[in-house]
Write a protein that binds this ligand. Structure first.
Ligand SMILES: [Ca+2]
Ligand SMILES: [Ca+2]
Length: 265
């Protein structure tokens, strides 16, 4: 009997510390205190898709459309040529902390062009000057997925993963900047860090863009669940504590075991 109780207790402890994956990557996000903008990309009205925070709705351009095949519900389908969503400057109106941040999206790529931007910011589409963040591939630098921050030049964190390895199927891509340096994440794994603690140099950038940048470097595929935050998010697959009520399982099972012994006796 004592051995049984020890076993149940050990099982309960094991359950409590078991890695359940990052719950943040298994369900759509909800707005929290650090959410600057959040796009579920589930709907659009008159070519405008809502920002769940409510300050910066996105405007669809080109053949961009909301289709039923998103990561969560519907998503944003882009044909890789002239399709994108314009968000405006999400760090103004109201002013948000720009010294640190995170940008992220779910992406199901249908191709892997040499120059491709999932999330970018800077001047207007077609004006050929990025001065914010860049999550994608810059063919002049490498064939890898990178996250870059502009501050008089690009500060690059490389995932060391080719875009080709990410084509087909959903992947969660994220970049962060701040005291932890510049980070690039893929599917809840930190793939690369540049230790430079630097923020984008222009808080008055013209616009953030989904699926492209000012150079019109387009992402072909479907994008979903775009979130911009004013902290460095941690996307690590972390243990999710079980409810404390499960602690009572151990003595409960022990009591049941005791009753069975008594019945047998
Ligand atoms: Ca969605
Ligand atoms: Ca198009």
């Amino acid at each position: 009997m004592r051995k049984f109780i020890v076993f149940i207790f050990a099982a309960a402890v094991l359950l409590m510390s078991a890695p359940n994956g990052n719950a943040l990557l298994t369900v759509p996000y909800t707005v929290d205190a650090n959410t600057v903008a959040l796009y579920h990309l589930d709907s659009e009205t008159g070519g405008v898709t809502p920002d769940s925070v409510g300050n910066h709705d996105g405007v669809l351009y080109g053949n961009a459309q909301i289709t039923g095949s998103g990561k969560f519900g519907s998503g944003l389908a882009l044909d890789g040529n002239g399709d994108y969503v314009r968000l405006g400057n999400v760090h103004q109106n109201p002013v948000k902390d720009y010294t640190q941040g995170s940008v992220e999206a779910w992406v199901n790529l249908t191709g892997s062009p040499s120059y491709m931007v999932v999330l970018g910011s800077g001047t207007e589409y077609g004006n050929n000057w990025d001065d914010g963040w860049f999550l994608g591939r810059h063919g002049s630098y490498s064939d890898k997925l990178v996250f870059m921050i502009w501050n008089g030049g690009w500060n690059i964190a490389s995932s060391e993963m080719t875009l080709e390895s990410l084509v087909g199927g959903w992947h969660h891509l994220a970049g962060t900047w701040g005291s932890k340096g510049i980070e690039v994440w893929v599917d809840g794994v930190l793939k690369g860090t540049n230790p430079t603690n630097v923020a984008p140099s222009n808080p008055n950038y013209t616009t953030a863009l989904i699926g492209t940048d000012s150079w019109t470097w387009a992402t072909p595929g479907t994008i979903d669940e775009v979130r911009i935050s004013d902290i460095q998010r941690d996307f690590t697959a972390t243990a999710v504590p079980l409810p404390a009520s499960l602690l009572f399982l151990a003595p409960g099972l022990a009591v049941i075991a005791g009753l069975r012994r008594k019945l047998k006796a």
